[in-house]
Structure formats: structure tokens, C-alpha cells
Design a binder for this molecule. Structure first.
Ligand SMILES: [Zn+2]
Length: 119
């Protein structure tokens, strides 16, 4: 599957493609390939990415893409509501349409927690 094609996939097709990809790349016989890491990696920042074709894509973005039925635009951000970066359950994800609205949200959260600590 080409990464660029993700945009055009319906939710069902994307799900089918992703599970085919997962089957193809992973979860069964990692032993056969010494360098094989299961098609999943965790970044130093704690984000989990999945190998799709030759590219690693953040799992949070894939879960959100599945949910909304289209792939995320580059400017869109899947934010982790509870702050746990590898908790990619859909209930824990919120879509922001830009980095600035996402950053604003984080500033608001920081302000709130500061207020709570002062109280
Ligand atoms: Zn965030």
C-alpha cells in the first residue's frame, strides 16, 4: 500500500489494508528475520508508530484515521487526552485541525493545573 493512497481509503478498506499489513509484517514469525522489529516502534518521546509499506506512521493517527474514515491531513494532530502517549485508544484521542489550536489546548491545560496547584 502506498502511504499517499491512505487518503483515498474508506474506513473499511483502510482497516482491511492495515490488518493485511499487520499480518504481512508482523505479529507472527519475527524469528525468521534477525533485524525484524515487528513493524512497531516506540519513539524516544513515547509515541508508537506502525510500519505501513516503507514508512512508520504514528499509531494514534491511524486509529483516528480509522475512526473518521479518512487519513489525517499533515496539519491535523491526534492529541492524547490523558497525556499518555502510547495510549492510542480512540477514547483517549482528540483531533485538532492545526498545531496552533493543539498548542493552545496544552497552554490551557498548563494554566489549569497551575491554578489547581495554587488553590
Ligand atoms: Zn497534545
Amino acid at each position: 500500500m502506498k502511504f499517499s493512497e491512505l487518503n483515498t481509503y474508506s474506513r473499511e478498506r483502510l482497516r482491511a489494508k492495515l490488518s493485511a499489513q499487520a499480518k504481512k509484517h508482523g505479529f507472527k514469525s519475527g524469528k525468521d528475520h534477525p533485524n525484524y522489529r515487528g513493524g512497531i516502534k516506540t519513539s524516544r518521546e513515547g509515541y508508537v508508530s506502525v510500519l505501513i509499506g516503507s514508512k512508520y506512521i504514528k499509531r494514534a493517527r491511524l486509529v483516528m484515521a480509522e475512526y473518521i474514515g479518512r487519513y489525517l491531513k499533515p496539519n491535523e494532530i491526534a492529541h492524547h487526552i490523558n497525556g499518555i502517549r502510547d495510549d492510542d485508544r480512540i477514547e483517549n484521542l482528540r483531533l485538532f485541525d492545526s498545531n496552533s489550536s493543539h498548542t493552545k489546548h496544552h497552554h490551557k491545560l498548563r494554566k489549569l493545573s497551575k491554578l489547581m496547584l495554587e488553590a
